[in-house]
Design a protein around this ligand. Structure first.
Ligand code: KIV
Ligand code: ZN
Length: 512
């Protein structure tokens, strides 16, 4: 019987640490439900001590999700661990994940602690965490740059205290596959009680090797848990991509010979959901979930595929959840059909008032776009959630003029704390004009880091989904807006980013 490979998803924790990828509680719940539908083994729902918002999100996810283990990160101190335990109270299966840095560089420069102090703190943390659950994970942060003798001392000690998973972290993406796999192998061989824990890999993609390193950790090092995120979301170059790991292990079962519990048909829906919520577009040539991942353009390939699919296809698009843009709803669809589709997509709107508001938006969209796809519904709900009632700014309407030889002009109407504001501006294009118009009133002082437009579905009737990334005083936020008119989508995205900049929610980064 092949060993089971545990899939530990950290989209909601490490993924969210990516600048601009912060999510609301409702958005996190939607992603958690999709992860459960995909049969992910462990969901790291956040870092409870980071902020009241993180705590509430973990608490909500812990009470809703039944099939996956719910985990909270905590630094190696009593306060963080108690907070994690409190947030996880309602979970049917709970895990506390505690960590402390073990590399000479981090211990000396960041923690300003001696190795003996770090060892003692790691032991205390695991001992304390075991008061709340039998499922305790310990990570030596910056493990891949740590001294092997010291790692052996720390890891042996924490296993003795009851850590049930040891997660070998390549925090800065410094590892190379063979070396990383061999380090893990050597740790497992040298630590006398290593068989009492499941060994896990956690890799970052700074050198583009996170997936390769994780798989080497499994094949050479004997790891049986991989930590990963949807679309490889994460700080800097991101984390190990869940979809790539799962499809590599499954497609090359002849080599890996491991069991997976994942429902792969939920991979593409999960990818789209995370992309839509965070505004982080998936590159077209991204393995498995990129729009071109299964597109065969060259004549020779197309000919081969027609004769026998496996000439050029090692996986089937439909198996991972790609569907040929199925028409789902139209102008004549009723409220019940709409509500049922929301449920099928895992969107549980809390009240009938919310369903009615979303249905009104759906009808409005159906008047402007004859065919409504799942992607449109997801965008519509995301848009609704981005436009939270307690936000300062809400889009109302706009008009704009652009004509060859003329300076583009825009007039935007929006509400600011409930009061209607009308503004006008010019720019070198219609989007520049609406941003200048809004800024003439808001004077945000923010720097625009990114402006991107994506067609949600195919054809010129598609809604455009715009992401605007703003930076101000060290904070980076993403605003997302969707509409068949990309200038309107841009105005919504800009206002959504301004709302996020205004919100006071300060959040602690666990690794600082
Ligand atoms: O990259 C890292 O070291 C982490 C740990 C907290 C596991 O995310
Ligand atoms: Zn990490």
């Amino acid at each position: 019987m092949a060993d089971k490979l545990i899939i530990f998803d950290t989209t909601l924790r490490d993924g969210e640490q990516s600048p601009g990828a912060s999510m609301t509680k409702d958005e996190k719940i939607r992603i958690a439900k999709q992860l459960e539908r995909m049969k992910v083994d462990v969901i790291e729902a956040g870092f409870a001590a980071a902020s009241p918002g993180d705590f509430e999100s973990i608490k909500a996810i812990a009470s809703i999700i039944k099939d996956s283990t719910i985990c909270s990160l905590s630094r190696a101190n009593d306060r963080d661990i108690a907070r994690a335990a409190e947030a996880l109270q309602a979970a049917e299966r709970k895990r506390i994940h505690t960590f402390i840095a073990t590399s000479p560089l981090h211990m000396e420069k960041k923690l300003r602690m001696t190795p003996d102090q770090v060892l003692e703190q790691a032991i205390q943390a695991v001992r304390y965490a075991r008061n709340f659950t039998n499922d305790v994970e310990f990570s030596p942060e910056d493990g891949s740059r740590s001294d092997m003798d010291f790692l052996c001392r720390v890891l042996e000690a924490v296993i003795k205290e009851g850590a049930t998973t040891i997660n070998f972290a390549d925090t800065v993406g410094y590892a190379v596959p063979e070396l990383y796999g061999n380090m893990l192998k050597s740790l497992r061989e040298r630590i006398p009680n290593s068989d009492k824990a499941v060994w896990s890999v956690h890799c970052h993609n700074d050198l583009g090797m996170a997936v390769a390193n994780s798989l080497a950790g499994v094949m050479i090092g004997g790891a049986r848990q991989i930590e990963c995120t949807i679309n490889g979301l994460g700080e800097r170059a991101g984390n190990t991509a869940l979809e790539e790991i799962v499809m590599a292990v499954r497609t090359r079962k002849d080599y890996f010979d491991l069991q997976l519990g994942i429902d792969i048909s939920q991979i593409v829906p999960a990818s789209k959901l995370v992309s839509q919520i965070t505004g982080f577009a998936v590159q077209p040539n991204k393995a498995v979930v990129g729009a071109n991942a299964f597109a065969h353009a060259s004549g020779i390939h197309q000919d081969g595929i027609l004769k026998a699919r496996d000439t050029y296809e090692i996986m089937r698009a439909e198996d991972v959840g790609w569907s040929a843009n199925k028409l789902v709803l139209g102008k004549l669809s009723g409220r019940n059909a709409f509500k049922q589709r929301l449920e099928e997509l895992g969107i549980a709107l809390e009240s009938e008032v919310e369903v009615n508001a979303a249905f009104a938006r759906f009808k409005e969209l159906a008047d402007r776009k004859s065919e409504i796809f799942d992607e449109d519904i997801l965008a519509l709900v995301s848009d609704e959630e981005h436009a939270q009632n307690n936000d300062a700014f809400h889009y109302v309407s706009l008009s704009q003029r652009s004509e060859t030889g003329e300076l583009p002009f825009a007039k935007v109407v929006f509400t600011s704390d409930g009061k209607e504001v009308t503004c006008e501006g010019n720019g070198n294009g219609p989007v520049d004009a609406i941003v200048n118009a809004i800024d003439s009133k808001v004077q945000s002082g923010a720097e625009l880091l990114l402006f991107s437009v994506n067609a949600i579905t195919t054809g010129t009737q598609s809604q455009g989904e715009v992401t605007m990334r703003l930076s101000k005083a060290g904070r980076i936020v993403n605003g997302v807006g969707a509409d068949p008119d990309i200038v309107v989508a841009s105005a919504k995205a800009y206002l959504s980013a301004l709302n996020k900049l205004q919100s006071k929610t300060e959040k602690l980064n666990p690794q600082i």
